[in-house]
Design a protein. Structure first.
Lengths: 577, 305, 324
């Protein structure tokens, strides 16, 4: 049960991210030339240097005014415990605080809780102390009862009618949540949940005094979630939602960390990332994520600060390794996979397709997580001659048409990605060209996103799929991607890759909450996967931001772009408008 | 576009000749067409594009020796008049001229295929409905009503989502909405022609239905078909471009003028030529199609029949 | 005779309604038959739960019963639920319809207001340079893709003007965001660019039509009589000819009314205008078939109703039509 739950959780990340990758949406996530050169300098150093938006200043904050942020997709709801898209999540994070949050680098920081929890020796009991005098936006006190109410909604058997996508993460692990006093919450587990603190303590707390009397089933369609929350505990409170146009939030004067400087925050819907860039220029938007192709142009605009930083996810392509499928005849040989990856000039791809806003990747974990192995080995750089030799040595000889074959099998296959995503469609075309240069016939074909998902989870008639992964936090568990348990409808292991050693390592790494114990295991995993290459990682794309100079303290970073923004209260606009 | 009606046109009715429509009528019409300079020019322009579209691989082999899909990441955004790339290269280093040539094949191909299918089905339905009348007419026209009730663009979007179209299926999708208007138009013409004396006479002579429809009705509605076809050709090119803009048309790997235009939009500021080539070409093609259709309509003006 | 015609006309609408709803229903069944509204909300559904939901929604009943349920729903204004989040399609339509109507109606009015003077000028100065210029403009305008025109105008009137520090037109949205905006002037300013682009398409056709209609009217006997009687040219043109020339234009405009809901889709997308067209497009990208088909059904029925209304009006106004 437990591993399936992890699989579901991982898939939610995947699903959430994939859902976003429609034609226009994807274009927001592309990255910077600076990051690309920093790759050679050392990724982690780069992160330290440049992990956020404008640096905090000693300028005196100006009270008042509004901030308009651009978005490509409208939100779909305010379902705090069941949000499926990043836009909705972002609004929810501005309205509701959880026990903890993340800073730009991905470290856990206390929010409603006054400190990180104390963990019992057997790692089965977590105790949180809440800050004193917490209030809701309507003045009511926020107590441990609200926390208990919220978590019970998520995992308790009594509230099964209430749908939360986080249920799978806690069900079977969490035994009980109790309020031992108005300021203390105790979580008791039946099994060790290694990433409890990293992944499950940021959920927004819901007001028991407003929702406590509603049946779990009715909560699913309650106006609080579908029209707008009447009461919140975050930096802002809800004002209105004009569907398809904007969400308007206003300052919550009862916020625990002090009232925000801004009067309003507006989330404005625009057509795509190119239009977003235009509106940044005209000043119709104060902040937003412009398209990579416009980024260089935006740098020249003197009213805007541009910033870019690594997106804690990656773009990769997976081979179908299932023994019964024809594709495995080609890709089953590790050396063939290595050769194919070596034939790709990822530096040139990053420059041309991402306009330099992506970093060629070597590890299955992004550099933003504490478990990242900067010295992962082997690494792959572009070498066409070596690639050709590897294929020759593996017995794939070029035929008269220039395409290789071995034992009657022609090295010809299809590469799929989701349609409507211009960057990815370009990527598969480039891959076709570069593989053609070494005698491999790859046919690019973009297909509907739904079909891709079904292929990965069940049908598996694909040969190669190019897709992406996003990570909400630094939790390095990737059971759904690389283990035997991840194969099938609950996971993301579309390659059908099964390596007992990896299985065992991933499992062991979840047996403890101690990062020092887990890290060496993840280091090993990264090395094995880099050698086996069941799904080579292509890039860590960058987040790109354009921020109007009148906005101060807008400190976005890798882990608070679509999520909690603990610094939001300190943001102000220099002209107060 | 409605043409200005001559104020002092002589009201001379055409002689009613039994059997075939007056030969003289067609000769007159083509004569008028030939004298219309704009009509002739636009017709030639269209012909030019058709020829280019049909022979594009040959032209590409002769003039550019490049593959429209050949990606060259080191030579992206080359300006026009670069060595080997007369029209420059796009964001992936592909040669623009080659892509424009192959794009002609796709855009014109979709245009003509779509028009051809729509005209055939529409004319067929219109002829049958108009000729037989009664229940068949009622049924067919109801069916046309249904098709025409659904907003075209919604239908295109829906179908593009259902099955990601290639050149041929896209043409068929566009045609599936267009034939309705043609059917109505043809039916209207048929209704006005079938009561003419020559029709009754030929019937009395014992001509079969098929003969009447194909040899007598059809030639009389032909001019309507040509005019509509020409105008519709322009519309199809625009529709294809619009669908590409929405991301629902031809996938970018295969060049079409529409998707070349859309994909180059983002680079307008630093590589505007990428927008100009397909944009101007689309404009000229549609303009030529419109003007030609207009000229045909003038030439076959019913007032001078 | 009139009553008979009306009855026949209304009866003729019924098969169309059935046809449209049948087609959309079949498409829905084919594309979304196995989907349950809102399944994406809860990835943890077990097989028994899925079956229970299916039974609850009536998805296990025979097809014809499902169709009748669909038809009945449509009759009540229920156009189904979204496949993705279970929300009511009708509530989406209700939210977005005003924005679309605002855009298309303004565009039509703008089109009429501009085409009449253009057409009249062309007719009065027939053959002159102005006439040729206007002709060229409208013929050319008909050949430009709407989305391209929109993007071009945004570039010029929004981005470029702002770059030069001049007051500029907003490039998207209905109003200026925030609690401040929303007054009439703000809405009008936001409407300018998108309505202009949309009206451009109508302009080309209508101005040509007005021109030829005007020419035809000017050649009529009664105009010649009025002139012969010594009426000033001005009176002739503006009081008599114009009025009669414009009436056929009304017919043309009427033809556009059924497309009121769908015609602005591309413009809505270009200008982030939160209308029904943009909604359909967004949902289509998410392969939310049920919403797309629900909206399509709504629009199609609107077209049918519009046509019926138009035919009835003509029948009432023009006695010749009743015998069609």
């Amino acid at each position: 049960m437990s591993r399936d739950d992890k699989a579901d959780q991982g898939f939610e990340h995947f699903e959430q991210f994939l859902k976003e990758w429609s034609r226009r949406d994807f274009l927001r996530r592309m990255g910077a030339a600076a990051a690309y050169t920093a790759f050679t300098a050392g990724i982690v150093d780069f992160l330290e240097a440049c992990g956020g938006g404008n640096t905090p200043t000693s300028q005196t904050p100006v009270k008042g005014g509004k901030l308009i942020e651009g978005t490509i997709s409208d939100i779909s709801s305010f379902a705090v415990l069941n949000s499926g898209d990043t836009a909705s999540s972002q609004m929810i994070w501005l309205l509701f605080d959880g026990l903890l949050s993340l800073n730009a680098k991905g470290d856990n920081i206390p929010m409603m809780a006054s400190a990180l929890p104390t963990i019992s020796a057997d790692q089965l009991t977590f105790t949180f102390k809440l800050r004193p005098n917490l209030k809701w936006s309507d003045g009511q006190p926020l107590t441990a009862d609200d926390v208990v109410f919220t978590y019970n909604l998520i995992f308790s058997a009594d509230t099964k009618d209430y749908v939360s996508r986080y249920r799978a993460q806690l069900e079977g692990f969490l035994q009980s949540v109790t309020a031992t006093d108005p300021q203390t919450v105790v979580f008791k587990f039946s099994k060790i949940l290694a990433n409890f603190v990293d992944s499950n303590c940021r959920f927004g707390i819901l007001p028991k005094h407003v929702l406590g009397n509603v049946t779990p089933k009715a909560l699913n369609t309650h106006d609080f979630f579908t029209k707008g929350p009447t009461v919140s505990n975050g930096v802002f409170k809800f004002n209105r939602w004009d569907k398809g146009q904007q969400v308007v939030l206003e300052r919550n004067d009862n916020y625990w960390a002090g009232a925000a400087h801004l009067d309003q925050y507006i989330y404005k819907v625009v057509t795509d990332a190119v239009v977003l860039a235009q509106q940044l220029k005209t000043g119709e938007l104060d902040t937003g994520q412009p398209d990579a192709s416009q980024f260089d142009n935006l740098k020249t605009v003197n009213t805007i600060t541009t910033t870019s930083f690594i997106n804690p996810g990656f773009v990769y392509y997976q081979f179908n390794l299932e023994p019964t499928k024809a594709a495995s005849k080609i890709f089953g040989d590790k050396n063939v996979r290595k050769a194919l990856h070596t034939a790709l000039d990822r530096t040139a791809m990053a420059k041309a397709v991402y306009f330099g806003q992506a970093v060629p990747a070597d590890s299955v974990l992004p550099p933003t997580t504490w478990a990242y192995n900067a010295n992962v080995s082997p690494k792959y750089s572009f070498d066409k001659a070596a690639a050709e030799k590897m294929l020759d040595d593996a017995g794939w000889a070029k035929g008269s048409d220039g395409i290789r074959s071995k034992g009657g099998v022609r090295m010809s296959f299809e590469v799929n990605t989701n349609s409507g995503n211009k960057v990815r469609e370009n990527l598969i075309q480039v891959m076709q060209q570069q593989w053609k240069d070494i005698g491999v016939d790859a046919q690019p074909r973009a297909i509907a996103f739904q079909t891709l998902v079904t292929q990965i989870r069940s049908t598996k008639t694909f040969q190669v799929i190019l897709i992406g992964i996003a990570n909400q936090d630094t939790d390095p568990d990737q059971t759904t991607l690389w283990t035997t348990k991840g194969i099938g409808s609950a996971g993301l292991n579309g390659m059908s890759y099964s390596n007992p050693q990896v299985d065992q390592l991933m499992d062991s790494a979840l047996q403890s909450t101690d990062r020092a114990k887990r890290k060496p295991l993840y280091t090993q995993i990264q090395n094995i996967l880099a050698d086996e290459l069941p799904a080579p990682i292509l890039f860590y794309p960058n987040y790109l931001w354009g921020i109007n100079k009148r906005v101060v303290n807008f400190n976005v970073g890798p882990y608070n772009t679509y999520q909690a923004r603990p610094w939001m209260k300190d943001v102000f606009v220099a002209d107060g408008k | 576009m409605i043409t200005p009606l001559p104020v002092d046109a002589p009201a001379v009715p055409a002689p009613l000749v039994p059997g075939r429509p007056a030969r003289g009528y067609w000769k007159e019409a083509t004569g008028r067409l030939r004298r219309n300079r704009i009509g002739v020019t636009s017709g030639l322009v269209l012909l030019f594009f058709v020829v280019v579209a049909v022979t594009s691989p040959l032209l590409a082999a002769v003039f550019t020796q490049a593959d429209p899909r050949h990606i060259d990441l080191l030579n992206t955004f080359l300006p026009p008049f670069s060595p080997h790339h007369i029209l420059g290269t796009d964001d992936l280093g592909r040669d623009e001229l080659t892509r424009m040539l192959y794009g002609a094949q796709v855009s014109m191909g979709i245009g003509f295929l779509s028009v051809g299918v729509a005209l055939t089905i529409g004319a067929g339905v219109g002829l049958l409905a108009g000729y037989y009348g009664g229940l068949l007419d009622g049924l067919l026209m109801r069916f046309v009503d249904i098709i025409l009730a659904v907003p075209a663009i919604f239908l295109f979007i829906l179908m593009s989502i259902l099955f990601k179209p290639n050149t041929i299926t896209l043409a068929l999708i566009i045609a599936s909405v267009g034939w309705g208007s043609i059917a109505r138009l043809v039916r209207g013409e048929v209704l006005s022609v079938r009561t003419r004396d020559f029709m009754i006479a030929t019937r009395a002579l014992g001509a079969s239905d098929a003969r009447l429809i194909l040899r007598h009705l059809l030639p009389n509605v032909l001019h309507v078909l040509i005019v509509f076809g020409s105008l519709y050709l322009g519309q199809v090119v625009l529709i294809e471009a619009a669908l590409d803009f929405l991301g629902l048309g031809i996938s970018p790997a295969t060049p079409s003028w529409g998707n070349m235009l859309t994909n180059s939009e983002t680079f307008f500021f630093h590589s505007s030529w990428l927008v100009i080539w397909p944009g101007v070409t689309i404009f000229v093609t549609v303009l030529a199609a419109n003007l030609f259709g207009n000229a045909i309509r003038d030439a076959f003006d019913p007032r001078l029949r | 005779m009139l009553a008979k015609y009306l009855v026949r006309r209304v009866l003729a609408t019924i098969p169309v309604v059935i046809g449209v709803t049948l087609i959309t229903f079949m498409l829905m069944h084919v594309t979304a038959g196995s989907y349950i509204p809102g399944i994406d909300l809860n990835p943890n559904l077990k097989a028994e739960d899925v079956e229970a939901i299916k039974r609850y929604l009536g998805l296990d009943r025979p097809l014809y019963i499902q169709y009748i349920t669909w038809l009945a729903g449509v009759g009540h204004g229920d156009f189904g639920r979204s496949m993705i989040d279970g929300s009511l399609v009708s509530s989406h339509i209700f939210d977005r319809l005003p924005a679309t109507l605002e855009l298309t109606i303004t565009a039509i009015l703008l089109g009429i207001l501009i085409s009449i003077p253009l057409g009249v000028t062309g007719a009065l100065r027939r053959g002159s340079k102005i006439d040729h210029a206007l002709t060229a403009m409208s013929v050319g305008g008909f050949a430009i893709p709407a989305f391209w025109l929109g993007l071009l105008l945004i570039l010029v009137f929004s981005v470029q003007l702002q770059a030069w520090g001049l007051p500029f037109l907003p490039s998207g949205g209905v109003t200026t965001p925030g609690l401040g905006g929303g007054d009439l002037l703000d809405r009008v300013v936001h409407l300018i660019l998108p309505a202009t682009v949309l009206s451009f398409v109508y302009l080309s056709i209508w101005s040509r039509f007005t021109r030829s209609s005007m020419l035809e009217v000017l050649s009529q006997d009664y105009v010649r009589t009025a002139r012969a009687k010594g009426m000033t040219e001005r009176r002739v043109v503006y009081m008599h000819a114009l009025r009669n020339a414009v009436i056929p234009l009304v017919t043309l405009v009427g033809l556009e009314l059924p497309a009121l809901v769908s015609g602005g889709l591309v413009v809505e997308v270009v200008f982030s205008w939160p209308g029904i067209g943009k909604l359909l497009y967004e949902r289509a990208l998410q392969t939310d078939y049920t919403t797309v088909l629900g909206i399509t059904t709504f629009a199609a029925l609107l077209v049918v109703a519009g046509n019926l209304l138009a035919d009835i009006l003509y029948a009432l106004l023009d006695p010749r039509i009743r015998y069609a």
